[in-house]
Design a protein around this ligand. Sequence first.
Ligand code: PBG
Length: 326
Amino acid sequence: MEQMPEFKRHRRLRSSHAMRAAIRENHLRTEDFIYPMFVIEGNNIKNEVPSMPGVFQVSLDLLKEEVQEIYQLGIRSIIFFGVPNDKDEVGTGAYVDDGMIQQATRLVKKEFPEMLIVADTCLCEYTSHGHCGVIHNHDVDNDESLKLLAKTAVSQAEAGADIIAPSNMMDGFVAVIRKALDDAGYQHIPIMSYAVKYASAFYGPFRDAADSTPQFGDRKTYQMDPANRMEALREAESDVNEGADFLIVKPAMSYLDIVRDVKNNFHLPVVAYNVSGEYSMVKAAALNGWINEKELVMEKLTAMKRAGADLIITYFAKDVAKWLSE
Ligand code: PBG
């Protein structure tokens, strides 16, 4: 044979299933996932969200059954979103004792004490205008909204939430919530901050599921510009200094560079939020038979771990738990 130039033989390590498995660098585990659930007011309701096939709004009386299924699949973390009937200017439903998240948390903690309950702490599902805080002069008032957010966090902790996850993107929310939790005797409850949250078109289907579309304007005065990278580090840095215990990057799929930046620069667990629009796109293509759903989902979630995510909030959690046990 003609003499070949020198080169590396990378294919040696791809020669068989066993060889590939032996050198695999990243793995998905059922423990990596947090499953989002929409708890709706009323009775005997299990509504499939039209833009999110396989995702349901579930009323409290049917919640136990739903959680039972999740529990049997080995999933041990849920994040709750409330979908109340009545809304008002100041999002009262977020911080009343019998709010949707508070009731769901009590019920699930009683039936499944080992389940980790993450409470999404925001006002947008509870305000009549759909914004994440109180409106003054056509914009969300930062410091007034913080007071209500702190009340919400404390009432969620009182109901038994294991982790408080503030998502409204007001400045100072970690500091104010940390202090409120500490003052109320919840020093031991961690904060999973939506530290880096972009103003994203990928949230569209969620706003159908949670009925939280802003009734005027958009969220660009509080959520971040998708064009920015340094700003993500500034946001994460403040939250670390204010006492966050976990840092969420959201969305995930189109923001893996940011996941990696946050992972490299801070020493807290990083959570990637694989958001609704990312789910819907994959589902739509899968339902059309255009992609192999299982392979694609496993690939994209593994990519999130490779980018540095320690945990992933995903609507695919149930599917993946099934696939991992096959
Ligand atoms: C609430 C909140 C949103 C999401 C999670 N928490 C919506 C928003 O900011 O409009 C989006 C999640 C998803 O798209 O799956 N502030």
